[in-house]
Design a protein around this ligand. Sequence first.
Ligand code: BGP
Length: 468
Amino acid sequence: MKFSNEFLFGAATAAYQVEGAWDQDGKGITNWDEFTKIPGKTFEGTNGDVAVDHYNRYKEDIALMAEMGLESYRFSISWARILPNGTGKINQKGIDFYNKLINECLKHGIVPFVTLYHWDLPLPLEKDGSWLNKKTVDAYVEYAKVCFEAFGDRVKHFITFNETVVFTALGYLTGAHPPGITNDPKKYFQATHNVFYAHARALIEYKKLNQYGEIGLSHVFSPAFSIDDSEENQFAQLHANQFNTNWFYDPILLGRYPEYVVHELEKLGYVPEWTQEELDTIAQAAPLNDFMGLNYYQPQRVEKIDSSFQSKELTRENSTGSPGNPSFDGVYRTVKMDDKRYTKWDWEISPEGFVSGLKMLKEQYGQIKLYITENGLGDEDPIIEGEICDIPRINFINDHLVAVKAAIDNGVNIKGYYAWSAIDLLSWLNGYKKQYGFIYVDHQNGLERKKKASFHWFKDVIATRGEN
Ligand code: BGP
């Protein structure tokens, strides 16, 4: 495989997972600062108070990324550093921090790719109804404008939201994310609509500023495949893709909700409360999307179920990604298959699913501009004679890069690839045990950074454009 010189090789992180410094320099408290303090909510009580202290060690981290040859760094801004109460008074020290981070990237020739919302919501907004309250939409637009005005002269790639489905589904269906509500599809669909509306308004504001950069949104990309050719399981595939892909992609790319899902929601009584003005805004904003970000970890294997199906009890460990759980409407469930490969956390390893899914996406939406904004392997990396030998990660990323190249050769318009993650960080549900980084962080030894085998390998991939 050989990638063009324009293709961006990057890696990603998110503020809550790396920064730490949870109350430093005037930062406000967020939903996650609070949620992780509730007993039993996180893995062994881990939280992001210190995380890997990227806030104080960003120079060292960016220098390592530069040494790796990283061409772009995707990170998120913590809303509560900029607007500690979510709205109103700006915290200049928060602006200063991100200016320093952005300038440090630019100094090393690294393109900053900035996510505005990677799940950490200022606590006053969380308490006032979170994403169910339309005031949160107004506050988000205010926050987005502050960021465009402060950083848009140097940041030319903005992502409005990271993975709408995750923070809404885990917030209102499984309860694994704040606000920790379980089994409430009505709220789940309302929150998704409010986020699409916020995204649309932010896009319109961004374009008014004429900053000549790109803006888009990053979605989970988890295409559903039927476990066999039977009619009922084929139906399960269609249904799952309508709910998990089309419901999220259509409003962004086509400016309207998929009729099939709206019809199903009407039957169930879960149609969100929306106004014509909101729907018009979503339609108006659709052509303003410059790209779509895809976060791919695994596909879903689905089978049809009937009402007698007993769901697996949802726990923190199995509520994301793991097979066995029914859809919220009890139509299908995800299945672990004997002939597939899985990670220690039961996430399927499937570069083939990536290629097939990208083909499906192109058939439905045409040649939209895409960035793979996350892809990576969560593992417990072995340390052998002091070296971090993360060979499975090298194989995983290599196989997925081959898949990306195959998709490009098939006409899919992919402009960059961001490994998750640049550096080891806090996993939302698995603490520090599940590692993803090219850079190891030694929690027993003052958070010392060490280069993993994958660091050297990725450096070589970038230097040779993947040819070796
Ligand atoms: C994505 C999130 C990331 C990251 C990743 C790995 O959904 O955008 O923030 O957490 O998943 O997830 P996990 O840490 O649960 O394995």
